[in-house]
Design a protein around this ligand. Structure first.
Ligand SMILES: [Zn+2]
Length: 330
């Protein structure tokens, strides 16, 4: 497939890579640093995606071997899935946040999400009917396939405030936990360009969930703080991983904050009179029709992230009832 590639800012190229799932495209960003080349995110490790990436690089006159720097915004399959191959072929300096590396290790070494006794306990206490579902069904289709081929350990960890000089450019790292614990965005201060990964998507709200073994007890609080944080930066062009490029990151950040406020209010309304567990609240908010188990899990743990945030902020309290953690509005 001939690659679609757009120069969105002088020397900054958006490359559209195919995904075998929704969203069906991921945008990765190639930066010409004049003598050096950087790539932010990699796509999934499928033959189509890799061929498309190679074709795109060919259009600007380089190959994978010419890449000098590879940054993963986060560990997810569509963002970091091809990093091992790119690293192997280019020996590019590969950077990822430490929390993301921990996720990579878990995915590569552990089985389905509820396989460990601690995870099982976590699922049960939040009302998730784990025994109704075969464990294999609880993992995404790509897990255990070659589509996820991440670098197991980056050359260096990304940290908040890092400034990475490369060629004639400087890439600034802003740590934006929420969608995943070590999610980072890349800021080009001089160019006023912000590469946002999944943190600030123009059309969809990224999933924010509380999972067993999460390094943060409050991922939604983190996500909302990260929305406030990016607003401090002066940006003219926002480059998202899915959807069209846009301009007003502050406006979009506020919309996302509003969305979660509304969602939380909806959930607190459900637990006004009767305390309920995260799974039961999720079924009321997201609907209880048949859907892939993976989506039911996402809905449950996104709901849990909202309920825990409400507890931390003093708008709800939690207690134990019949072996389950239940939440109620204060
Ligand atoms: Zn993601």
């Amino acid at each position: 497939m001939p690659a679609k590639l757009t120069e969105v800012h002088p020397g900054i190229y958006e490359i559209f890579l195919p995904l075998p799932m929704r969203p069906t495209i991921i945008n990765v960003y190639l930066i010409d640093c004049h003598g050096k080349w950087a790539l932010v995110d990699t796509g999934m490790n499928t033959p189509e995606s890799l061929a498309t990436l190679e074709d795109a690089l060919c259009q600007v006159g380089i190959t994978i071997r010419d890449l000098d720097l590879l940054i993963g915004t986060h560990h997810h399959v569509d963002h970091f899935g091809t990093s091992a191959i790119i690293k192997q072929r280019s020996n590019a300096l590969t950077l990822l946040h430490q929390y993301e590396t921990e996720r990579v290790t878990r995915i590569l070494t552990l089985g389905p999400p509820a396989a460990s006794p601690e995870a099982r306990e976590f699922f049960l206490t939040h009302g998730f009917p784990i025994d109704k579902y075969p464990l294999e069904g609880m993992r995404p289709a790509w897990m255990g396939t070659g589509a996820y081929s991440p670098v197991p350990k980056p050359d260096k960890y990304l940290s908040d405030g890092d400034i990475i000089p490369i060629g004639d450019r400087e890439l600034e790292i802003i740590w934006t936990p929420g969608h995943s614990p070590g999610h980072c965005v890349v800021y080009l201060r001089k160019e006023k360009v912000l590469i946002v990964g999944d943190h600030l998507l123009p059309k969809i709200t990224p999933h924010v969930g509380l999972y067993p073994s999460s390094p943060s007890a409050n991922p939604l609080g983190d996500f909302l703080n990260s929305q406030l944080k990016v607003q401090r930066f002066d940006v003219q062009l926002v480059l998202p991983a899915h959807g069209a490029i846009y301009h007003d990151h502050r406006y979009r950040a506020n919309q996302l904050i509003e969305h979660h406020r509304y969602r939380e209010a909806e959930m607190l309304d459900i637990v006004k009179r009767t305390p309920k567990c995260a799974f039961d609240v999720a079924m009321e908010v997201f609907g209880d029709e048949e859907r892939p188990i993976f989506h039911v899990m996402a809905a449950t743990f996104e709901t849990l992230a909202h309920l825990e945030y409400a507890v931390i902020e003093g708008r709800a309290r939690k207690s134990q009832r019949n072996g389950r953690t239940v939440y109620q509005t204060v």
